[in-house]
Design a protein around this ligand. Structure first.
Ligand SMILES: [Zn+2]
Length: 257
């Protein structure tokens, strides 16, 4: 049976501190819960724009100019809402763990770029669902900045084609119906199998294949720790569950400079 602690700091921090000290390699894994303190709502929370709007499937985006227009309209409206989002205490604490050398990378389900904004080098953030802070060409993969397309969109209602090949440019997120990014999945699996402590922060672990990584880590002999405000699907196989607010639980791990 797992240890489930509804405990609050400092007890939860003491539990985490001893697990971190024992671990050789820690895999970080984050979901929307780490960004709520930043002002980015969890997409399953009441009032979230993700609930109000049915998502646009990848097929529709590819085949319909109307769907593309709607996707970009929502995207830019959302960017207006969250442009002031800043890293939370959870992001900053994970940044400290990465900087201290025990956490090679953070695997994230989030698309908000806040791990990078907290100072974690981009090559140490493994994004399973892509990144919403820039766009890429679906044909050649060339990166485009959002400002580039936004100005044209506001005038014409359409995004220009790729600057290299003329292909369709899409926000660099993984849409419903779009295949998972191969390289990110490979790296996430590699880290999962290399770690002896798998640390889940702010994910309810219901979205697959992402939620398969903590299961894989556990089967491979790693300890599994889950910090989340609500119960998760995998609490039953965890070694330690801390059910509480992420900011106060992780704040003690923010390194002082
Ligand atoms: Zn292109």
């Amino acid at each position: 049976m797992p240890t489930i602690r509804m405990n609050v700091p400092p007890d939860s921090s003491a539990d985490l501190r001893s697990l971190f000290a024992e671990a050789k390699v820690i895999a970080g894994f984050t979901g929307a819960g780490i960004s709520t303190e930043s002002g980015v709502p969890d997409f399953r929370s009441p009032g979230s724009p993700w609930i109000r709007n049915k998502s646009i499937p990848f097929e529709a985006f590819l085949n319909s100019a109307e769907a593309r227009r709607e996707a970009w309209r929502r995207k830019f409206a959302m960017d207006n809402l969250y442009q002031d989002a800043r890293p939370s205490r959870g992001h900053v604490a994970l940044g400290s763990l990465v900087a201290q050398g025990k956490m090679p990378a953070v695997i994230t389900q989030n698309i908000d770029g806040l791990h990078q904004a907290s100072g974690i080098p981009a090559d140490r953030v493994i994004e399973l669902h892509g990144n919403g802070t820039y766009a890429t060409c679906l044909s050649c993969g060339r990166r485009h900045e959002l400002d580039w397309g936004r100005r044209r969109f506001e005038v014409t209602g359409e995004l220009p084609g790729c600057e290299s090949c003329g292909g369709t440019v899409k926000s660099a997120t993984i849409s419903f119906g779009q295949s998972m990014p191969k390289e990110a999945m490979r790296r996430a699996q590699e880290l999962t199998l290399a770690c002896d402590l798998f640390l889940v922060i702010g994910s309810s672990l219901v979205v697959y294949p992402a939620a398969g990584f903590p299961i894989l880590a556990k089967r491979n002999g790693a300890k599994l720790v889950i910090v989340n405000r609500e119960p998760t699907e995998l609490d039953g196989i965890a070694d330690l569950v801390i059910r509480g607010e992420i900011g106060p639980v992780l704040q003690p791990f923010i390194a002082r400079h």
